[in-house]
Ligand binder design. Structure first.
Ligand code: NAD
Ligand code: IPM
Ligand code: MN
Length: 354
């Protein structure tokens, strides 16, 4: 029996609704597989936890989850309880940074049964490879002066190692997909792109002669996501550019409620973490109407990562069958609730495995 230790952190808001649903799907996967067992450890780290304990996770929190095979996270953030910069820095961003999850992979593709807001979406299939540990998200900087002369400085950190690493990852995925790699740059206006990011990209491209490359300015590229997404394949971007592009990718797929992500540790020293692109959606929390597909597709990415790509593929097929049946939550034009969508995915999964 293959036993996988999964650290489960539902977090805040709809994270608490969609994570248990995705675990039901994983349980069905284990049943179908026959030789697979998930050993879940549940951690209540969240803004409510902060109110009780004065911190988002215990002092030895990272240690507690460091031996897991993977971390499965919902969403973090409840601004009504804790300011976002405190909650995110104390949990999500802390895990990403301390566990050296330097890459964030975020697919955006047209699923069967989904309706895109684009009038001619065609069949785009984009993989965003987001740098996940440095760039614009450094904690270096702060407030300088105060009062009328107040100035805030936030340093962006771009290391040759970090930039090369994320680009190499992008090249390798492009190679596996037999596709192309687009670099998101701002070499016409921002020092870290000008010419550093572009130089590293050009240097590395010599090692991958079979991968077609191009560089696009981030502003123009954002527009291309909307006007011609089918021309894009793998897109490598800095931390902030990748963050923004992945919400555009989610939007053109039809809803942020379906977009998955994986925070990947490359050196094997720490577990990787899987969480959807969306946040805690306080506006719909508690109504049972959150779309669980982002979290379920995220579970599929975790299965792929843990060496179960056949099971992962089956989960995605079951998602598509559910969408094609019109069993959808309100954000994508349906009137089913969170549980009904999950039930349908599980039923499709069981049908497909027979
Ligand atoms: P959000 O993604 O939570 O919500 C944006 C919009 O999308 C809302 O209208 C919401 O209802 C909708 N939405 C999101 N997920 C959905 C789903 N599964 N089904 C249906 N509709 C869905 O982004 P926000 O409003 O900017 O942030 C809310 C909170 O979440 C903040 O505290 C923010 O910092 C946090 N956040 C956390 C993460 C994370 O943990 N990875 C990501 C983004 C935002
Ligand atoms: C995401 C989120 C986070 C990010 C926030 C909540 C800090 O937007 O995972 O996309 O910017 O990385
Ligand atoms: Mn984001």
């Amino acid at each position: 029996m293959k036993k996988l230790a999964i650290a489960v952190i539902p977090g805040d808001g709809i994270g608490k609704e969609v994570v248990p649903e995705a675990l039901r799907v994983l349980d069905a996967v284990a049943e179908i597989h026959g030789g697979l067992e998930f050993d879940y450890s549940h951690y209540p780290w969240s803004c409510e936890y902060y109110i009780e304990h004065g911190e988002m996770m215990p002092k030895d929190g990272l240690e507690q989850i460091s031996q897991s095979d993977a971390i499965f996270l919902g969403a973090v953030g409840d601004p009504s309880l804790v300011p976002d910069h405190v909650s995110l820095a104390g949990l999500l961003l802390k895990i990403r940074r301390e566990f050296q999850q330097v890459i964030n992979v975020r697919p955006a593709k047209m699923l069967e049964g989904m309706v895109s807001p684009l009038s001619r979406p065609e069949n785009f299939d984009i993989m965003i490879v987001r740098e996940n540990s440095e760039g614009e998200y450094s904690s270096i900087g702060g407030r300088v002066h105060s009062g009328e002369d107040e100035v805030v400085v936030q340093n962006a950190v771009f290391t040759k190692k970090g930039v090369s690493r994320v680009m190499q990852y992008g090249f390798e995925i492009a190679q596996q997909r037999g596709g192309s790699l687009t670099s998101a740059t701002k070499s016409n206006g921002i020092a870290h792109s000008m010419p550093f990011w572009d130089e590293v990209f050009n240097e590395l491209s010599a090692n991958y002669p079979d991968v077609k490359t191009n560089s696009e300015h981030i502003d123009a590229l954002s527009a291309f996501f909307v006007t011609k997404p089918q021309t894009l394949d793998v897109v490598v971007a800095s931390n902030l550019f990748g963050d923004i592009l992945s919400d555009i990718g989610a939007a053109i797929m039809g809803s942020i409620g379906i977009a998955p992500a994986g925070n990947i540790n490359l050196n094997g020293k720490f577990p990787s973490m899987f969480e959807p692109v969306h946040g805690s959606a306080p506006d719909i929390y508690g109504k049972g109407i959150a779309n669980p597909i982002g979290q379920i597709w995220t579970a599929k990415m975790m299965l792929d990562h843990l060496g179960e790509p056949e099971m992962g593929a089956l989960v995605l097929l079951a998602i598509e069958e559910t969408l094609q049946q019109g069993i959808k939550t309100g954000d994508i034009g349906g009137n089913s609730n969170t549980k009904e969508v999950t039930d349908a995915v599980i039923a499709a999964l069981k049908r497909k495995s027979n």
